[in-house]
Structure formats: C-alpha cells, structure tokens
Design a binder for this molecule. Structure first.
Ligand code: DOR
Ligand code: ZN
Length: 343
C-alpha cells in the first residue's frame, strides 16, 4: 500500500479567499497547499473592473505569509454592464486571468450578476477573440425549477446555446455536481472543462439531513443524489484532461452558517488535498491524482506547470472541529492522509 505520495505542486482553480479578517484567516491554508489559485470575485462590492482587481490582488499579496510562493490569479465578475474594453485590457495586462459568470441571484453576492446572457454578448465575443476563459456558475435562478435540477436545466437553457454561439470560447463549468454536467463536458468540443470540489466527491444530499439539519454541508450548487456523486468520482479519477481541481472553498463564520438563513459554502481549504487524495485512494487511482491536481488545470489555461512538489503521507490526523471562527470540511474526522511537513 502506498504510504507516501509526492506530486507536482497543485493549483486551486476555484477558491473564495474573501477579504479583511476572513482573508487573513483563510489565505495561509490555501497558500500552504497550492501554487496558484483562481480567486473568485464575489466580494461585496464585487470585483467588476481592473482597478478593483488590482487593489484586491495587492491586499492578497499583503496578507500572504512570509516567503509564501503563492500566486493569486484574478477574475472579473461579469455584470450586465461589463465594459469589453476594460476586460480585454485587464486580460492583456495580466490582471484578469478569466471572467466569472454568475447568473444574477444564483448564490452568495451574485445580486449584481448577469440577468440575461443577451446583455453580455459583446463581452463574450471579445473574450472568444482574445482567448480569455469564461468561468460559469452553472445554475438557473428560475424559482420554478427545483433546486436539485438547476444545473441540468442550465446546461440546456444557457450553456448549450452559449457553446453554439461562441464555439471558440474557452469555458469552465465550475463545481460540476451532476451526471448530466459530467456528460455535457465529456461530449463537448475542446475548450470545455469542469472543476470538481472535494465535498461533491465525498458527500451526497443525505449529508444535509444526517440526523438533523447540517448547515456546514450546505453549498451551491447543492450536493445531489448518490448517482451524481459517483459520476463525479468517475470523471475526476478517469484521467480525462477536461476535469481538474477546484475546491470552491467558501468560508463563512459559524454564526452565519448556523442561522435561520445559513450561508451557502463549505470551507475545505485546510485539508483539501487530503480530501482529494482520500477519494483517489478509495478509487484505486492515486496514479491519476497528479494530472487532476497539477497538470490538467494549467494546460487548459495555457499556463506553465508548477515546478515544486508536495508530499502526502498516510496518517490518522484529524480535522479540527473548528479553526478560528470557521468549521472546516471533515471536522472531527480523518481523511487518512496529511500533507507532509517538508512540503
Ligand atoms: O456555496 C457557495 N458559496 N457557492 C457559491 O457559488 C458561492 C460561495 C460563496 O461565495 O460563499
Ligand atoms: Zn465558488
């Protein structure tokens, strides 16, 4: 049985680092594991232009622990009024790596999101032309649609037409949660990929109701039935270059989670690699972990692979019940692996 595993340093292609005190609390955990991360722009107010992205990137750099070699890759929050010129300039100047589409009202701080794809056609045309990736929160917001069907309906109503209209646009279906999403990505042409979170690989929707209401298992897109979890595990461990690591680590304080209207989000950053490793181990696919974690993402984005490595070792180490004001994913349990100290 493999006891130690050394892989090229991975990246997190979808993370919420927040701002202020929360940024200070969570950034060291992400910087400990990952070389780079695609930083989500859903702050309040959101990161909608180059000036805000530059300022946010500076705050992240100022908060990094001494000597951390971590690189934040910034994204632009698309709105109905996004200026294609600002976006393209931001991409050319290396401020924006990608742009994020939140359908208005789909999730945390998405009120300023896009109300209709028709409103951003000039933006998408420009992105397609300059080779700037579009990152998609793939859920419709129509209250008539059952919350467990919102991803599948998004594929039909929004993503399929978008792919037809902008065939050369590189698109990442973020945090895919359904068998339909997996099939859509597998059958799509080149230029289509998906990130997969550790929690969607590990829990199904039963976790939300295990012995009572479990706010720490609640995120968006919400976890689905077991057959969807199994489809995600198959996709992640299949070796397909279209699937790569994106934690969607999304911290909220205990108070905001354990509330009459609890926030969506799972904070998995402290033990993200341990969680993914446990999944690949259980699937007999440890030899495919490195491609998923460290190769497929940079290749999709056209970025170099990281040069360092990290080492994981089998360990009975437990995830703490709480770290500061936030409950981490897997609290009180062990993933059976831990990041070696020399990593
Ligand atoms: O669960 C989620 N939390 N899903 C999202 O899309 C946003 C995120 C957040 O920012 O809290
Ligand atoms: Zn997210």
């Amino acid at each position: 049985m493999t006891q130690r595993l050394t892989i090229r340093r991975p990246d997190d292609w979808h993370v919420h680092l927040r701002d202020g005190a929360m940024l200070e609390a969570v950034l060291p955990w992400t910087a400990r594991q990952f070389g780079r991360a695609i930083v989500m722009p859903n702050l309040d107010p959101p990161v909608t232009d180059m000036a805000r992205a530059r300022a946010y990137r500076e705050r992240i750099h100022a908060t990094l622990p001494e000597g951390a070699g971590f690189q934040p890759l910034m994204t632009c929050y698309l709105t109905d009024r996004t200026d294609p010129d600002d976006l393209a300039l931001g991409h050319a100047e290396g401020v924006f790596t990608a742009a994020k589409l939140y359908p208005a009202g789909a999730t945390t701080n998405s009120a300023h999101g896009v109300t209709d794809i028709a409103n951003i056609r000039p933006v998408l045309e420009r992105m397609e032309r300059i080779g700037m990736p579009l990152l998609v929160h793939g859920e419709v917001t129509d209250p008539e649609i059952d919350i467990f069907d919102r991803e599948a309906v998004f594929l039909e109503r929004v993503l399929a037409p978008l792919r037809r209209d902008f065939p050369a646009l590189n698109v990442v279906l973020e945090h895919v949660t359904t068998a339909e999403g997996v099939a859509f990505v597998e059958e799509g042409g080149s230029g289509l990929a998906a990130t997969i979170t550790p929690h969607h690989l590990i829990i199904n929707r039963n976790a939300l109701f295990a012995g009572g209401l479990r706010p720490h298992a609640y995120c968006l897109p919400v976890a689905k039935r077991e057959r969807h979890r199994l489809a995600l595990r198959r996709a992640a461990t299949s070796g397909s270059a279209r699937f790569f690591l994106g934690t969607d680590s999304a911290p909220h304080t205990v108070e905001r989670k354990e509330s009459a209207c609890g926030c969506a989000g799972v904070w998995n950053a402290p033990f993200a690699l341990e969680a993914y490793t446990a999944v690949f181990d259980a699937e007999g696919a440890l030899d495919r972990l490195e491609a998923f974690s460290s190769e497929n993402g940079p290749r999709f984005y056209g970025l170099p692979l990281n040069s360092g490595t990290v080492t994981l070792e089998r360990s009975a180490g437990m995830v703490p019940e709480r770290i500061g004001e936030v409950v981490p994913f897997g609290a009180g349990e062990s993933f059976g692996w831990s990041l070696a100290a020399d990593a």
